[in-house]
Design a protein around this ligand. Structure first.
Ligand code: JB8
Length: 189
């Protein structure tokens, strides 16, 4: 079952008209779709600059193509996928995108440093493992280096952990200059 165009026309005409009356700003309409461009942190940063985002959530097998054609001619439209898996509709994908975008807006996250600490954000590597007190919990020790007070050594350890974790879990994220893995046909001499 494919969603019919008429209700989409009524809804989106209303939104575009209200936006024009209220501010003259030109909304960006996002349709969550498995056929869309993949949502990334880079895209979140771009979308956080927008004045007005509209999320058009489909259900069933999606929306009559003419809705995309009509609103692509009258507004900016993006089809966006949050990953290679299938949901029943666009709502959960929209909520994920809204959270990723909103936390980049001033004042949404209390401590602005939190924005650059997260995985991917600073150096494209996965986050290193983090620990708190107590130093021993159920016979599990905090790595002693973290208790050493040697801040340069701690920074080095964390960076090594990030690199190793990225190689293991998400090798495609590893920056070229950190990739010393042997390449089958192109192995260094
Ligand atoms: C109907 O998996 B998805 C996704 C699936 C959908 C619709 C939108 C997005 C609409 N099924 O990102």
């Amino acid at each position: 079952m494919v969603m019919k165009p008429e209700p989409w026309g009524v809804a989106l005409d209303g939104i575009l008209e209200d936006a024009d009356l209220a501010s003259g700003s030109e909304p960006l309409i996002i349709f969550p779709s498995p056929a869309g461009e993949v949502f990334t942190q880079h895209m979140a940063r771009e979308l956080a600059e927008e004045q007005h985002l509209v999320f058009g959530c489909g259900r069933y097998e999606g929306i009559d193509q003419r809705v995309f054609d009509e609103y692509s001619a009258r507004a900016r439209v993006k089809l966006v996928s949050i990953g290679d898996y299938v949901l029943n509709g666009g709502e959960v994908a929209s909520i994920a995108m809204i959270e990723a975008i909103a936390r980049l807006l001033p004042g949404v996250v209390g401590n602005p440093e939190s924005l650059v600490e997260e995985s991917h954000e600073e150096d494209g590597l996965l986050e290193y493992p983090s620990y708190t007190k107590p130093a021993n919990w159920r016979d599990r020790e905090v790595p002693p280096i973290l208790l050493s007070g040697n801040h340069a050594a701690i920074a080095k350890w964390r960076r090594e952990q990030s690199i190793e974790r990225t190689k293991r879990v998400r090798p495609e994220l590893l920056p070229r200059e950190l990739d010393d893995a042997p390449r089958g046909r192109h192995a260094a001499p």
